[in-house]
Design a protein around this ligand. Structure first.
Ligand code: NAD
Length: 301
Protein backbone atom coordinates (compact mmCIF):
# COMPACT_ATOMS: atom_id res chain seq x y z
CA UNK A 1 0.00 0.00 0.00
CA UNK A 2 2.74 2.53 0.96
CA UNK A 3 4.46 1.85 -2.36
CA UNK A 4 1.46 3.04 -4.29
CA UNK A 5 0.59 6.22 -2.31
CA UNK A 6 2.16 9.33 -3.88
CA UNK A 7 1.45 13.05 -4.00
CA UNK A 8 -1.09 12.32 -6.75
CA UNK A 9 -3.12 9.76 -4.83
CA UNK A 10 -6.76 10.81 -4.31
CA UNK A 11 -8.84 10.05 -1.23
CA UNK A 12 -12.27 8.42 -1.21
CA UNK A 13 -14.00 8.29 2.17
CA UNK A 14 -16.57 6.38 4.16
CA UNK A 15 -18.47 8.10 6.96
CA UNK A 16 -20.67 6.50 9.65
CA UNK A 17 -20.71 5.55 13.33
CA UNK A 18 -19.76 2.83 14.16
CA UNK A 19 -17.69 2.01 11.09
CA UNK A 20 -14.51 0.17 12.10
CA UNK A 21 -16.11 -3.23 11.30
CA UNK A 22 -16.78 -2.26 7.66
CA UNK A 23 -15.53 -4.44 4.77
CA UNK A 24 -15.77 -1.51 2.31
CA UNK A 25 -12.21 -0.15 2.85
CA UNK A 26 -10.68 -3.56 2.11
CA UNK A 27 -12.97 -4.10 -0.88
CA UNK A 28 -12.31 -0.72 -2.55
CA UNK A 29 -8.56 -0.59 -1.82
CA UNK A 30 -8.12 -4.10 -3.24
CA UNK A 31 -10.07 -3.06 -6.34
CA UNK A 32 -8.06 0.17 -6.79
CA UNK A 33 -4.79 -1.77 -6.46
CA UNK A 34 -5.92 -4.48 -8.88
CA UNK A 35 -6.84 -1.94 -11.58
CA UNK A 36 -3.86 0.35 -10.83
CA UNK A 37 -6.15 3.28 -9.97
CA UNK A 38 -4.51 6.02 -7.90
CA UNK A 39 -7.07 6.22 -5.09
CA UNK A 40 -7.09 5.28 -1.44
CA UNK A 41 -10.30 4.58 0.56
CA UNK A 42 -10.47 5.39 4.29
CA UNK A 43 -13.19 5.16 6.95
CA UNK A 44 -14.03 8.08 9.27
CA UNK A 45 -16.19 7.87 12.38
CA UNK A 46 -18.66 10.75 11.99
CA UNK A 47 -21.82 11.55 13.96
CA UNK A 48 -24.69 13.75 12.76
CA UNK A 49 -23.51 16.81 14.72
CA UNK A 50 -20.15 16.66 12.94
CA UNK A 51 -21.67 16.05 9.51
CA UNK A 52 -21.87 19.69 8.22
CA UNK A 53 -18.20 20.31 9.10
CA UNK A 54 -17.13 17.03 7.51
CA UNK A 55 -18.92 17.86 4.23
CA UNK A 56 -17.37 21.33 4.25
CA UNK A 57 -13.94 19.78 4.80
CA UNK A 58 -14.44 17.13 2.08
CA UNK A 59 -15.52 19.89 -0.34
CA UNK A 60 -12.45 21.99 0.49
CA UNK A 61 -10.15 18.97 0.10
CA UNK A 62 -11.88 18.19 -3.25
CA UNK A 63 -12.46 14.51 -2.45
CA UNK A 64 -13.72 12.62 -5.52
CA UNK A 65 -16.40 10.99 -3.41
CA UNK A 66 -17.38 8.99 -0.36
CA UNK A 67 -19.78 6.39 1.00
CA UNK A 68 -22.25 7.13 3.78
CA UNK A 69 -23.78 4.76 6.32
CA UNK A 70 -25.85 5.11 9.49
CA UNK A 71 -26.54 7.51 11.16
CA UNK A 72 -25.58 9.97 8.40
CA UNK A 73 -27.53 8.46 5.48
CA UNK A 74 -30.78 10.37 5.81
CA UNK A 75 -29.36 13.74 6.90
CA UNK A 76 -26.56 14.13 4.39
CA UNK A 77 -28.90 15.05 1.51
CA UNK A 78 -29.37 18.47 3.18
CA UNK A 79 -25.70 19.32 2.59
CA UNK A 80 -25.39 18.16 -1.03
CA UNK A 81 -26.08 20.02 -4.31
CA UNK A 82 -28.07 17.33 -6.11
CA UNK A 83 -29.77 13.98 -5.48
CA UNK A 84 -30.42 11.24 -8.03
CA UNK A 85 -34.09 10.24 -8.52
CA UNK A 86 -33.47 7.02 -6.51
CA UNK A 87 -31.92 8.97 -3.59
CA UNK A 88 -34.90 11.37 -3.65
CA UNK A 89 -37.40 8.51 -3.61
CA UNK A 90 -35.60 6.61 -0.86
CA UNK A 91 -34.82 9.73 1.17
CA UNK A 92 -31.28 8.49 1.87
CA UNK A 93 -27.80 8.62 0.34
CA UNK A 94 -25.02 6.02 0.52
CA UNK A 95 -22.73 7.36 -2.23
CA UNK A 96 -21.58 10.92 -2.95
CA UNK A 97 -19.65 11.95 -6.07
CA UNK A 98 -17.87 15.28 -6.48
CA UNK A 99 -17.96 16.50 -10.10
CA UNK A 100 -15.86 19.66 -10.19
CA UNK A 101 -17.32 20.98 -6.95
CA UNK A 102 -20.90 19.73 -7.49
CA UNK A 103 -21.81 17.10 -4.88
CA UNK A 104 -24.42 14.54 -6.01
CA UNK A 105 -25.95 12.00 -3.64
CA UNK A 106 -27.02 8.56 -4.88
CA UNK A 107 -28.22 5.35 -3.22
CA UNK A 108 -26.79 2.07 -4.49
CA UNK A 109 -28.10 -0.32 -1.78
CA UNK A 110 -31.26 -1.14 -3.73
CA UNK A 111 -29.48 -1.70 -7.04
CA UNK A 112 -26.92 -3.80 -5.14
CA UNK A 113 -29.68 -6.01 -3.73
CA UNK A 114 -31.37 -6.42 -7.12
CA UNK A 115 -28.09 -7.04 -8.96
CA UNK A 116 -27.11 -9.77 -6.52
CA UNK A 117 -30.40 -11.59 -7.15
CA UNK A 118 -29.94 -11.25 -10.90
CA UNK A 119 -26.33 -12.50 -10.77
CA UNK A 120 -27.63 -15.57 -8.95
CA UNK A 121 -30.40 -16.22 -11.47
CA UNK A 122 -33.26 -15.16 -9.18
CA UNK A 123 -36.04 -13.40 -11.12
CA UNK A 124 -38.57 -11.46 -9.04
CA UNK A 125 -39.76 -9.11 -11.79
CA UNK A 126 -43.56 -9.19 -12.15
CA UNK A 127 -43.87 -11.21 -8.94
CA UNK A 128 -44.76 -10.61 -5.28
CA UNK A 129 -42.21 -10.30 -2.45
CA UNK A 130 -42.44 -9.74 1.32
CA UNK A 131 -39.85 -7.60 3.11
CA UNK A 132 -39.40 -6.84 6.82
CA UNK A 133 -38.06 -3.36 7.58
CA UNK A 134 -38.82 0.31 7.06
CA UNK A 135 -35.40 1.87 7.64
CA UNK A 136 -32.73 2.90 5.14
CA UNK A 137 -31.84 -0.54 3.77
CA UNK A 138 -35.46 -1.72 3.52
CA UNK A 139 -36.59 1.49 1.80
CA UNK A 140 -33.77 1.26 -0.74
CA UNK A 141 -34.61 -2.39 -1.49
CA UNK A 142 -38.37 -1.84 -1.78
CA UNK A 143 -38.08 1.30 -3.93
CA UNK A 144 -35.57 -0.30 -6.31
CA UNK A 145 -37.60 -3.51 -6.54
CA UNK A 146 -40.67 -1.40 -7.41
CA UNK A 147 -38.73 0.67 -9.97
CA UNK A 148 -37.37 -2.53 -11.54
CA UNK A 149 -40.86 -4.01 -12.02
CA UNK A 150 -41.69 -6.17 -8.99
CA UNK A 151 -45.50 -6.49 -9.04
CA UNK A 152 -46.36 -6.40 -5.35
CA UNK A 153 -44.47 -5.79 -2.08
CA UNK A 154 -45.83 -6.54 1.38
CA UNK A 155 -43.76 -4.61 3.91
CA UNK A 156 -43.81 -5.52 7.61
CA UNK A 157 -42.35 -3.43 10.42
CA UNK A 158 -42.85 -3.26 14.14
CA UNK A 159 -44.69 -0.14 15.37
CA UNK A 160 -41.57 1.84 16.26
CA UNK A 161 -40.27 5.18 14.97
CA UNK A 162 -39.69 3.63 11.52
CA UNK A 163 -43.35 2.69 10.96
CA UNK A 164 -44.27 6.20 9.69
CA UNK A 165 -41.37 5.96 7.24
CA UNK A 166 -42.86 2.68 6.06
CA UNK A 167 -46.15 4.49 5.36
CA UNK A 168 -44.31 7.14 3.33
CA UNK A 169 -42.45 4.45 1.37
CA UNK A 170 -45.71 2.70 0.51
CA UNK A 171 -47.26 6.01 -0.65
CA UNK A 172 -44.22 6.80 -2.80
CA UNK A 173 -44.15 3.36 -4.41
CA UNK A 174 -47.90 3.35 -5.08
CA UNK A 175 -47.93 6.87 -6.55
CA UNK A 176 -44.69 6.76 -8.54
CA UNK A 177 -44.39 3.18 -9.79
CA UNK A 178 -46.73 0.49 -11.11
CA UNK A 179 -45.94 -1.75 -8.12
CA UNK A 180 -48.55 -2.22 -5.37
CA UNK A 181 -47.08 -1.88 -1.85
CA UNK A 182 -48.82 -2.43 1.50
CA UNK A 183 -47.54 -1.92 5.05
CA UNK A 184 -48.38 -4.31 7.90
CA UNK A 185 -47.53 -4.56 11.59
CA UNK A 186 -44.79 -7.15 12.17
CA UNK A 187 -46.69 -8.30 15.26
CA UNK A 188 -49.51 -9.53 13.01
CA UNK A 189 -47.97 -12.96 12.58
CA UNK A 190 -51.00 -14.51 10.84
CA UNK A 191 -50.89 -11.78 8.19
CA UNK A 192 -47.15 -12.32 7.85
CA UNK A 193 -47.82 -16.00 7.21
CA UNK A 194 -50.44 -15.34 4.51
CA UNK A 195 -48.37 -12.64 2.77
CA UNK A 196 -45.30 -14.91 2.65
CA UNK A 197 -47.46 -17.80 1.41
CA UNK A 198 -48.03 -16.18 -2.02
CA UNK A 199 -44.64 -14.43 -2.27
CA UNK A 200 -41.67 -15.78 -4.23
CA UNK A 201 -39.16 -14.11 -1.88
CA UNK A 202 -39.00 -13.19 1.79
CA UNK A 203 -36.32 -10.73 2.93
CA UNK A 204 -35.14 -9.37 6.26
CA UNK A 205 -33.95 -5.77 5.86
CA UNK A 206 -33.49 -4.97 9.55
CA UNK A 207 -30.51 -5.44 11.85
CA UNK A 208 -32.27 -8.35 13.60
CA UNK A 209 -29.78 -11.24 13.48
CA UNK A 210 -26.62 -9.19 13.97
CA UNK A 211 -25.16 -7.76 17.16
CA UNK A 212 -26.75 -6.75 19.52
CA UNK A 213 -29.66 -8.82 18.12
CA UNK A 214 -27.55 -11.80 17.05
CA UNK A 215 -29.34 -15.12 17.48
CA UNK A 216 -32.75 -13.49 16.90
CA UNK A 217 -34.94 -13.80 13.81
CA UNK A 218 -37.93 -11.86 12.46
CA UNK A 219 -39.43 -15.28 11.67
CA UNK A 220 -40.19 -17.30 14.79
CA UNK A 221 -42.21 -20.11 13.23
CA UNK A 222 -40.14 -22.09 10.65
CA UNK A 223 -43.31 -23.40 8.97
CA UNK A 224 -43.81 -19.92 7.46
CA UNK A 225 -40.90 -20.73 5.10
CA UNK A 226 -41.61 -23.30 2.38
CA UNK A 227 -38.81 -24.97 0.34
CA UNK A 228 -39.42 -23.06 -2.92
CA UNK A 229 -39.24 -19.65 -1.17
CA UNK A 230 -36.11 -17.52 -1.71
CA UNK A 231 -34.94 -16.05 1.63
CA UNK A 232 -32.57 -13.06 1.86
CA UNK A 233 -30.98 -11.22 4.76
CA UNK A 234 -29.19 -7.85 4.67
CA UNK A 235 -27.14 -9.13 7.61
CA UNK A 236 -23.73 -10.60 6.74
CA UNK A 237 -22.12 -10.69 10.17
CA UNK A 238 -22.62 -13.48 11.13
CA UNK A 239 -22.54 -14.93 7.60
CA UNK A 240 -25.52 -17.13 8.43
CA UNK A 241 -28.01 -15.33 10.63
CA UNK A 242 -30.65 -17.12 12.69
CA UNK A 243 -33.16 -16.43 9.88
CA UNK A 244 -30.87 -18.05 7.31
CA UNK A 245 -30.32 -21.05 9.60
CA UNK A 246 -34.11 -21.50 9.72
CA UNK A 247 -34.27 -21.03 5.93
CA UNK A 248 -31.62 -23.70 5.41
CA UNK A 249 -33.41 -26.14 7.74
CA UNK A 250 -36.63 -25.55 5.76
CA UNK A 251 -34.84 -26.32 2.48
CA UNK A 252 -35.01 -22.76 1.08
CA UNK A 253 -32.45 -21.16 -1.20
CA UNK A 254 -30.99 -18.25 0.75
CA UNK A 255 -28.62 -15.29 0.46
CA UNK A 256 -26.86 -13.28 3.14
CA UNK A 257 -26.06 -9.54 2.81
CA UNK A 258 -22.55 -9.97 1.38
CA UNK A 259 -23.71 -10.03 -2.23
CA UNK A 260 -25.74 -6.85 -1.74
CA UNK A 261 -22.73 -5.24 -0.04
CA UNK A 262 -20.47 -6.25 -2.92
CA UNK A 263 -22.78 -4.95 -5.65
CA UNK A 264 -23.67 -1.66 -3.90
CA UNK A 265 -19.91 -1.09 -3.63
CA UNK A 266 -19.33 -2.05 -7.26
CA UNK A 267 -21.86 0.56 -8.39
CA UNK A 268 -20.26 3.26 -6.16
CA UNK A 269 -16.83 2.30 -7.54
CA UNK A 270 -18.16 2.79 -11.07
CA UNK A 271 -19.67 6.18 -10.18
CA UNK A 272 -16.32 7.47 -8.82
CA UNK A 273 -13.87 5.90 -11.28
CA UNK A 274 -15.91 5.22 -14.44
CA UNK A 275 -14.51 1.66 -14.28
CA UNK A 276 -16.11 -1.69 -13.45
CA UNK A 277 -15.03 -3.13 -10.11
CA UNK A 278 -13.18 -6.45 -10.68
CA UNK A 279 -15.95 -8.29 -8.86
CA UNK A 280 -14.80 -11.86 -9.51
CA UNK A 281 -11.34 -11.00 -8.17
CA UNK A 282 -12.78 -9.28 -5.07
CA UNK A 283 -15.07 -12.26 -4.44
CA UNK A 284 -12.05 -14.57 -4.52
CA UNK A 285 -10.28 -12.73 -1.66
CA UNK A 286 -10.28 -14.26 1.82
CA UNK A 287 -11.99 -11.29 3.53
CA UNK A 288 -15.21 -12.13 1.66
CA UNK A 289 -14.73 -15.85 2.29
CA UNK A 290 -16.69 -17.96 -0.19
CA UNK A 291 -20.12 -16.76 0.79
CA UNK A 292 -20.95 -14.63 -2.24
CA UNK A 293 -19.59 -17.04 -4.82
CA UNK A 294 -22.22 -18.37 -7.16
CA UNK A 295 -23.16 -21.87 -6.24
CA UNK A 296 -21.44 -21.81 -2.84
CA UNK A 297 -22.98 -23.79 -0.06
CA UNK A 298 -24.20 -20.96 2.12
CA UNK A 299 -25.30 -18.18 -0.20
CA UNK A 300 -26.79 -19.95 -3.17
CA UNK A 301 -27.88 -23.49 -2.81
P1 NAD B 1 -32.16 1.72 10.11
O1 NAD B 1 -31.74 2.16 11.45
O2 NAD B 1 -32.47 2.74 9.06
O3 NAD B 1 -33.49 0.77 10.23
C1 NAD B 1 -33.60 -0.18 11.26
C2 NAD B 1 -34.77 -1.12 10.95
O4 NAD B 1 -34.70 -2.23 11.85
C3 NAD B 1 -36.14 -0.51 11.14
O5 NAD B 1 -37.04 -1.06 10.20
C4 NAD B 1 -36.52 -0.99 12.55
O6 NAD B 1 -37.91 -0.99 12.78
C5 NAD B 1 -35.96 -2.38 12.53
N1 NAD B 1 -35.69 -2.96 13.84
C6 NAD B 1 -34.75 -2.57 14.73
N2 NAD B 1 -34.77 -3.36 15.81
C7 NAD B 1 -35.75 -4.28 15.59
C8 NAD B 1 -36.26 -5.37 16.34
N3 NAD B 1 -35.77 -5.69 17.55
N4 NAD B 1 -37.26 -6.10 15.80
C9 NAD B 1 -37.78 -5.79 14.59
N5 NAD B 1 -37.34 -4.77 13.84
C10 NAD B 1 -36.34 -4.02 14.34
O7 NAD B 1 -31.03 0.73 9.61
P2 NAD B 1 -30.67 0.31 8.10
O8 NAD B 1 -29.70 1.27 7.54
O9 NAD B 1 -31.94 0.07 7.37
O10 NAD B 1 -29.88 -1.04 8.35
C11 NAD B 1 -30.56 -2.23 8.71
C12 NAD B 1 -29.57 -3.38 8.59
O11 NAD B 1 -29.18 -3.52 7.23
C13 NAD B 1 -28.28 -3.20 9.38
O12 NAD B 1 -27.98 -4.43 9.98
C14 NAD B 1 -27.26 -2.88 8.32
O13 NAD B 1 -25.95 -3.32 8.68
C15 NAD B 1 -27.78 -3.67 7.15
N6 NAD B 1 -27.35 -3.16 5.84
C16 NAD B 1 -26.75 -4.05 5.00
C17 NAD B 1 -26.36 -3.64 3.74
C18 NAD B 1 -25.69 -4.61 2.83
O14 NAD B 1 -25.11 -4.19 1.82
N7 NAD B 1 -25.75 -5.90 3.10
C19 NAD B 1 -26.58 -2.31 3.32
C20 NAD B 1 -27.23 -1.44 4.20
C21 NAD B 1 -27.61 -1.89 5.46
Amino acid sequence: MTERITGHTELIGLIATPIRHSLSPTMHNEAFAKLGLDYVYLAFEVNNQELPDVIKGFRALKLRGWNVSMPNKRLIGNYLDKLTPAAQLVGAVNTVVNDHGVLTGDITDGTGYMRNLKENGVDIIGKKITIVGAGGAATAICVQAALDGVREISIFNRKDEFYENGKRTVEKINSKTSCRATLFDLNDTERLRTEIADSVLFGNATGVGMKPLEGQSVIKDPSMLRPDLIVTDVVYSPRQSKLLQIAEAQGCRFFNGLGMMLWQGARAFEIWTGKQMPVDYIRSLPFLADDTKKGSASSAR
